[in-house]
Ligand binder design. Structure first.
Ligand SMILES: *Cc1c(COP(=O)(O)O)cnc(C)c1O
Length: 339
């Protein structure tokens, strides 16, 4: 999964590495993401998970990009568009087994019509139906309810496939459903291909169990240090006031770099020899930290906002979000350095 610029890690660099490492398939969210990879020398198969307007069918075919089809009406549009070009579009079919997002409806009372629509889809000309997939809603959450829900989604997925293969006289070459949560907790659901995202980058509750480490460190540097007397207010809104004589550092990172403003006054960052508390409102390009008890930290010292030393969960909890959002939020102006 290299959508959203490979979860903020840089899709081109990550995809080149995955291609070299022997991955079979990449998945992105949209056509622009797929084209960025093609234009940068990534030649391996790429699946688009989201919607592409049918008028781009030619672009998909020319660039050898696989498109998700999530409804019969869309299948017909792609089929017609490919037919008009005298070409074939490679597709994967998406089933909605309980995520209630994209995909052919097939749960409950929709089973029969779902299978019927899928049989109609596989009979359409101009489409090379390579694969079929679905997406789990709670495979990464603990608890009996979540496990039952995930197992029910998986059963429905395989039941639909079986019905379509039987009734349509058709065989899907690649069946896939496992996101990170399922790769970790339900290895028996791996089928022909898995789609780990968060896990690929070393994050997730169980990544440690698999011996994986976060590969991204978001770091900045101390740009200035000054002393303030007790009672001095710091940053916009004066939301922090020094209680003691304070050695205050200014970091060259703010919310425009992906450090959520919601973390203001709530988080600490890793510095050589310890952790420094962030003080006052986080600004667009900077934020302040208390270095009073960290005399070894100087101008130019490296500060890890999140990474191996400072868990991203501290920040995502403070920002009332999940690590995914913080990874994706690391902005364009932050240089990605690969080691
Ligand atoms: C994002 C996404 C994934 C990867 O999810 P993770 O939780 O990051 O593993 C897999 N499949 C689909 C359809 C997705 O949109």
């Amino acid at each position: 999964m290299v959508k959203a610029d490979a979860y903020g890690h840089g899709a081109v660099a990550v995809s080149r590495l995955l291609q070299e490492a022997g991955a079979d398939y990449l998945a992105v969210s949209c056509l622009d993401e797929a084209l960025e990879l093609r234009q940068n020398g990534v030649s391996m198969p790429i699946l688009i998970l989201g919607h592409t307007p049918p008028e781009y069918t030619g672009t998909l075919i020319e660039n050898g990009i696989t498109q998700t089809v999530s409804a019969l009406a869309k299948a017909r549009e792609y089929s017609e568009a490919a037919g008009a070009l005298g070409k074939t579009l490679k597709i994967h079919i998406k089933l909605d087994t309980g995520m209630s997002r994209l995909g052919y409806l097939c749960a409950g009372e929709y089973f029969e019509t779902g299978v019927e629509n899928l049989c109609r889809t596989v009979a359409l000309p101009g489409l090379d139906i390579e694969g079929i997939y679905t997406h789990f809603a709670v495979s990464d959450e603990p608890g009996e309810d979540c496990e039952a829900y995930t197992r029910a989604q998986f059963k429905l997925f395989t039941d639909v496939i079986e019905a379509v293969e039987r009734q349509g006289g058709f065989r899907f070459r690649i069946r896939h459903c496992a996101n990170s949560g399922a790769v970790v907790s339900y290895p028996e659901m791996a089928l022909d291909m898995v789609r780990p995202g968060l896990l690929l980058y070393g994050y997730g509750d169980n990544s440690g169990r698999l011996g994986l480490r976060p590969c991204m460190r978001l770091v900045t540097t101390v740009s200035t240090i000054k002393f303030y007397e007790p009672g001095t207010s710091v940053s916009y809104g004066r939301r922090f006031v020094t209680a003691r004589r304070t050695r205050m550092g200014v970091l060259a990172a703010g919310y425009a770099d992906g450090l959520p403003r919601l973390c203001s006054n709530k988080v600490s960052f890793a510095v050589p020899g310890g952790f420094t508390a962030q003080r006052g409102s986080i600004c667009m390009d900077m934020c302040m930290v208390d270095l009073t008890d960290l005399p070894q930290v100087n101008v130019g010292s490296e500060v890890e906002l999140f990474g191996a030393e400072n868990s991203i969960y501290k920040l995502s909890d403070a920002a009332q979000t999940i690590p995914y959002e913080l990874l994706c939020a690391v902005s364009k102006r932050v240089p990605r350095v690969y080691t």
